[in-house]
Write a protein that binds this ligand. Structure first.
Ligand SMILES: C[S@@+](CC[C@H](N)C(=O)[O-])C[C@H]1O[C@@H](n2cnc3c(N)ncnc32)[C@H](O)[C@@H]1O
Length: 266
């Protein structure tokens, strides 16, 4: 299948799940973003951004979902923000939150593989986070596009689930009984194909649009970034869970559960 066949199918799946996420979300974002300086980012990534410095920066996020993170970055001090996402429904919600908050943020519905060339060299900081990379069939193409969006010396920040987690069983798989059992190959090269929904907020299952996600190894992520003209300046692995899928493993503190990668556009 070509890239677009996967991403269009996923667009339908994300349009379908967003109202379900809105219903189950423990935070009412429409209320929350009326509060001055509301920030939905966790402490680790908030501190990371504050150390890099957001003042005066034009920031962008790829696969921004409902825009909560872009809006938070502006509340933390960025000059303005832009979020890109393939889902019509997520972008509608993001635009509504931008209006409610009055923050200088723009949200654009687009496949990341088709971002308009008007965005080339526009951004001081590019953020990619929690559960974005798994939806992307071609990482090299993705990072070569992402890299063009940054100005020279602009920063890339990735805060993502660790690829080790791809080896573990999900709740609806028999191997889940032993949560540390390796259920899937780290090197799985064919896509995960699912019709049981992507409601990681309410944890409901439903007969859904077909969605395709991809296992990327840590090496493939690092190499795709490095080969896109971005110099990696920091890479950290963490024992805390950002996935909403494996919170029960966090207390064991045995696995790397997420990572932060910081890079600078050459
Ligand atoms: C797990 S969500 C990201 C959540 C976000 N990090 C947050 O914490 O709010 C993944 C997002 O990627 C978007 N997405 C998937 N494939 C995409 C593509 N090809 N282009 C743009 N966005 C895409 C989906 O619509 C979805 O909103």
């Amino acid at each position: 299948m070509n890239i677009k066949t996967y991403t269009e199918s996923n667009r339908n799946a994300w349009n379908e799940v967003n109202p379900i996420h809105q219903k189950h979300n423990p935070i009412n974002f429409k209320e929350a973003f009326r509060t001055e300086k509301f920030n939905t980012l966790d402490d680790h990534i908030t501190q990371t951004f504050l150390k890099i410095g957001l003042e005066g920066k034009n920031v962008a996020q790829l696969c921004c979902n409902n825009g909560r993170e872009v809006l938070s970055l502006v509340n933390l001090g960025a000059r303005c923000g832009t979020g890109f996402d393939i889902s019509d429904h997520c972008i509608e919600e993001a635009k509504e939150l931008a209006e409610i908050s009055g923050l200088p943020c723009t949200f654009i519905r687009t496949d990341v593989y088709e971002i308009d060339s008007a965005h080339v060299s526009q951004y001081d900081l590019l953020y990619i986070s929690i559960g974005a990379l798994t939806w992307l069939p071609d990482l090299h193409k993705f990072f070569s596009i992402a890299s063009t969006l940054l100005k020279k010396d602009g920063r890339l920040v990735i805060y993502e689930m660790h690829p080790m987690l791809n080896m573990l069983a999900l709740e609806d798989e028999p191997e889940y009984e032993d949560p540390m059992k390796i259920a899937h190959s780290y090197y799985k090269s064919d896509p995960w194909i699912s019709n049981s929904g992507i409601d990681y907020v309410g944890n409901t299952t439903y007969e859904s649009q077909t969605n395709y996600s991809f296992s990327h190894t840590l090496a493939s992520i690092i190499n795709a970034v490095a080969q896109s003209g971005i110099h990696i300046t920091k890479f950290e692995e963490h024992a805390h869970d950002i996935s909403c899928i494996f919170p029960h493993l966090e207390k064991e503190a045995k696995l790397p559960m997420c990572f932060t990668l910081i890079g600078k556009k050459a």
